[in-house]
Structures are given as C-alpha cells and as structure tokens.
Design a protein around this ligand. Structure first.
Ligand code: TYM
Length: 338
C-alpha cells in the first residue's frame, strides 16, 4: 500500500481540512505503516502559485503547515512529510503527463471553472494545468490510496484517466508504468460546510473568519463561532432522515459525530428534541476539548524553524528516492533519450 496526499500551504488549517482529510492521514499512518505501507504527505506549494500570492507568506505558511500537520499527529519518522518544491520530480512528471492529459478533460474541472470564474483569459496557465500536477503528485509514487475530501474527487478521477491513457498508449497491460489510485473519502465528513452558509464548503478563501474554525482558534473564538453559526429554529430530530433539507443542522451534527467518533444517528439519539441552545454549547465544548491539545502543540512547534526545515529536508530526501524509478520509467516509455 502506498498512501499519498497533499494540502496547499495557503493559510490556516481549518476544521474542513482536518475532518475531511488530515484525520484520515493520521489514521492511515497509525494503522498501515506498522504493516509495511508507506505514507507520503506533502505541502502542495507548487499548486499554491497557481493563484496570486505573496512569496514571503508562502514561505512562512509552508513552515506553519508542517507544524500544524505534526501537531495533528503526522509523525515524520513514520510518514514521509515534505514539500513539492524540494522534489523536482513532481514538476518533471507533470510535463511528461501534459502530453497525455486532454484540454477537454481539464476544461471540465469544476475547480478550474469556479476559480477562474468569468475571467478565464486572465487566469494563470498553472490554474488550468493544476490537475495534471496533482496527477503527477500521486502517480509519481504509485499511490494506491489517496485520503481527501469530496472536493478533490474529480481531480483524482482525472489522475486515474491520465494513468490509464498513458499505460494504454505507452506501456502494456502486463507492465503498466502507473498504478490507478483510489480516493479515500470519509463518508461522515466528506464536505464540512461553512458555519455561515450551509450550501458553501468551509474554506480558507472565505473572507469571513466566522465561517470556519481554525486549528489556531482559542477556546473563546471556537465557542463564539459555534454560538453564532447559522441554524434553523427547529429542534433536532430523532432520526437522520429528519435532517433532510436542513443543511446547517446536518453540518453541525456531522461535525459533532466525526469529532466524537460516533455516527450522526448516535448524536441524534442523545439530542433528539433539543434546540440549538443546548446543542451548540455541547458542540463547542467538544471542539475545544479535542482541538486544544493540537493547538497547544502547534503554538510550540511553529516557533522552531530549524526543526521544521529539517523535517522537510529529510522528508524530501526520502521522497526523491521513491520518485526516481517511476520517473525514469515514464521517460523511457515516452522514448526520451537521457
Ligand atoms: P486543499 O489544500 O484545498 O485541502 C486539503 C484537504 O482538505 C480537504 N478539504 C475538505 N474536506 C471536507 N470539507 C471541507 N470543507 C474541506 N476543505 C478542504 C480537501 O479535500 C483536501 O483533501 N489540490 C489539493 C491539494 C493536492 C492534493 C494532491 C491532494 C495537491 N496534490 C494530490 C491529494 C493528492 C488541495 O488544494 O487541497
């Protein structure tokens, strides 16, 4: 098993990232590395330059994201933790895969459509070819499993299409160059929604900080954000079916369930008939309780730049060693003489 996933270092780690992806990163590391699997987790700093950015912020966000991931339980001795910029094989493989990916496939990507908006002519080329780099990220390591939130599913499907076409065009069924990766999406936390709008995902690009809970939020901020979260006036139902059409309520119940490690049905059994006046403080306390130890580790770690840089250096060294054989095979399959 090869488990590979990435996160953009474009600001704070929020609850959507944590519940949608990072918790699974940690769980898979804890479960599978002992059985011989390899986990590679990286900061997608090359992806981060597809949107306007401030170089000094990218550098500090990269180090802060390493600190955040380690605080959440990623252990650099068991997982390979690195940033793309120190593993040039990612960008190299992307170029090779640009020959296989089709314009039509990229044109269909919803993230491209959302982020480019009406101004496609003004969007960066990197934003358009972003999914090809993402395909390179996972194919480079022969990833078998990719833990992500629901919003990355389409990109993973593209990675599978690229792998399949490349294998068909330039390799044989008996000796494929690339493995087709499986996305691993947590059913209960596939899409954590904004606290202000049950129809928008929780996101670091939302201008309102009240829409998300950040790993760096203190107890007061968390309680305040949960208290102010948008809800409806109805009490909580006794069954999951009763959450249909109540996006905000469903989101808060989903967050509670995932955080407590129970199902939404379990939560509703305990809170059936109660209003948000009772449920919100309970949710706030649960979040404070679970996030506080991670936040405390984070505050300590983020100050230690030398340690964080050393983690990335060591991770990149291991990643490069794993990347080289697949990259070599891709060059050879394409008939490129080196
Ligand atoms: P990014 O940085 O936007 O998000 C990192 C991870 O967090 C998940 N996520 C969510 N899950 C549930 N609810 C939410 N509201 C929510 N918001 C974010 C994302 O699905 C993701 O798993 N393109 C990727 C980074 C990337 C990558 C890769 C991922 C680059 N190469 C290769 C996997 C494999 C991104 O921008 O994620």
């Amino acid at each position: 098993m090869r488990i590979v996933s990435g996160i953009q270092p474009t600001g704070n780690l929020h609850l959507g990232n944590y519940l949608g992806a990072i918790r699974n990163w940690v769980r898979m590391q804890d479960e599978w590395t002992a059985k011989g699997a390899t986990c590679l987790y990286f900061l997608a700093d090359l992806h981060a330059i597809s949107m306007p950015h401030t170089p000094a912020e990218l550098a500090s966000n990269t180090r802060e994201m390493v600190a955040a991931l380690v605080s959440c339980g990623i252990d650099p001795d068991r997982s390979i933790l690195f940033n793309q910029a120190q593993v040039p094989q990612h960008a190299e493989l992307q170029w090779l895969l640009n020959g296989t990916a089709r314009m039509g496939w990229l044109n269909r990507m919803t993230q491209w459509k959302d982020k480019a908006g009406k101004n496609r002519e003004g969007a960066s080329v990197a934003l358009f070819t972003y999914p090809v780099l993402q395909a390179a990220d996972v194919l480079l390591y022969q990833a078998t499993h990719v833990p992500v939130g629901e919003d990355q599913k389409q990109h993973l499907e593209l990675a599978r299409d690229v792998a399949q076409k490349f294998n068909n065009d330039f390799a044989s069924e008996e000796a494929p160059v690339f493995t087709l990766p499986e996305p691993i999406i947590p059913p209960e936390a596939a899409r954590i929604m904004s606290l202000r709008d049950g129809s928008a995902k929780m996101s670091k690009s939302d201008p309102s900080d009240m829409s998300r809970i950040n790993l760096t939020d203190d107890a007061d901020a968390i309680m305040q954000k949960v208290k102010k979260a948008r809800t409806d006036p109805e009490p909580l139902p006794g069954e999951v079916e009763g959450l249909a059409g109540r996006a905000e309520a469903a989101n808060l119940v989903g967050i509670y369930a995932t955080m407590a490690g129970v199902t939404a049905a379990d939560v509703l059994r305990d809170f059936a008939g109660q209003g948000f006046g009772a449920f919100k403080p309970a949710l706030g306390e649960l979040l404070v309780d679970k996030l506080a130890p991670m936040a405390a580790r984070y505050r300590e770690l983020r100050e230690d730049r030398a340690v964080l840089d050393a983690v990335l250096r060591k991770g990149a060294e291991k990643a490069r060693a794993l990347a080289v054989p697949t990259l070599d095979a891709a060059y050879a399959a394409l008939g490129l003489v080196r």
